[in-house]
Design a protein around this ligand. Structure first.
Ligand SMILES: Nc1ncnc2c1ncn2[C@@H]1O[C@H](COP(=O)(O)OP(=O)(O)O)[C@@H](O)[C@H]1O
Ligand SMILES: O=c1ccn([C@@H]2O[C@H](COP(=O)(O)OP(=O)(O)O)[C@@H](O)[C@H]2O)c(=O)[nH]1
Ligand SMILES: [Mg+2]
Length: 241
């Protein structure tokens, strides 16, 4: 079970070592060291907080989803993969399903309003305030629409910079049964990425919001560059109990 703790490392350590067995003891210990309201009311408390939004960008296969899982584990973010939300729409046989499927097969970009509606729904129904928005915005048009509809900008943007041959290799080995993980569609996706997504990366670089991560090496080697970004922002870290 995961529970949020204050970021100071000695609290984390004490919490880990003392609260070993009984859940009730864990809760009392937790309450003694925090001014936050008890966990069962956490949702209300967190909705009052301004959201902290991280856009996670990078080409297909650059490792966005893989690194997001580690950030979630260590820093308690909610991971919203735009691609996963769109695939869920297809699977649920929604009215837009066929159009989304055809767009993904072609490696093109789904209309902004649709993707933003899915992201917005998830954010509004979440009791968290820290979000990783993975694989979005994919174009300047996406970005501008998000900022207009949501009325917010991301706090930070991660960019996983990976050579094309490595991305192709990873996607072809992904084995998730995706309709777009084939060499023909990958080539189209890479073109779309260069033409439409890199301008978004450039925009956030010029705004001083971009953290560029060299996305080669093992998952852990790459995460060593990611971890300090969030640790330096003093987010509460998670400990396993
Ligand atoms: N550093 C890495 N080295 C080798 N393979 C990786 C690495 N990071 C991720 N992968 C694998 O590459 C594939 C694509 O990663 P994924 O996280 O899905 O990328 P993205 O979300 O950017 O498309 C997955 O099969 C994943 O397990
Ligand atoms: O905001 C988004 C995110 C994804 N997609 C579509 O969904 C596909 C898969 O996106 P995902 O982020 O899952 O791919 P990844 O980069 O992780 O391989 C993309 O190629 C697009 O066709 C889209 O249209 N808009
Ligand atoms: Mg992904």
């Amino acid at each position: 079970m995961w529970r949020r703790v204050v970021s100071a490392s000695h609290f984390t350590f004490a919490h880990k070592s003392i609260a070993n067995n009984k859940d009730v003891c864990k809760l009392k210990f937790w309450e003694a060291f925090t001014t936050e309201i008890p966990l069962k009311e956490k949702g209300t408390f967190q909705r009052d907080k301004t959201p902290f939004i991280t856009f996670v960008l990078g080409g297909p296969g650059s490792g966005k989803g893989t690194q997001c899982m580690k950030i979630v584990e260590n820093f308690g973010f909610t991971h919203l993969s735009a691609g996963d939300l769109l695939r869920r729409e297809i699977a649920s046989n929604s009215a837009d399903g066929t159009m989304i499927l055809n767009t993904i097969k072609e490696g093109k970009i789904v209309p902004s309003e649709l993707t933003i509606r899915l992201i917005q729904k998830e954010m509004e129904s979440s009791d968290n305030y820290k979000f990783l928005i993975d694989g979005f915005p994919r174009s300047e048009e996406n970005r501008i629409a998000f900022e207009q509809i949501m009325g917010v900008e991301p706090d930070i943007v991660l960019f996983f910079d990976c050579p094309e041959d490595e991305m192709v290799k990873r996607v072809l080995n992904r084995n998730q049964g995706r309709v777009d993980d084939n060499i023909v569609t990958i080539k189209k996706r890479l073109k779309v990425f260069d033409a439409l997504n890199l301008p978004v990366v450039k925009y956030y670089m010029e705004k001083g919001k971009l953290y560029k991560i060299k996305a080669v090496g093992t998952v852990d080697e790459i995460y060593k560059q990611v971890y300090p970004v969030f640790a330096s922002l003093n987010f509460e870290q998670q400990v396993r109990e």
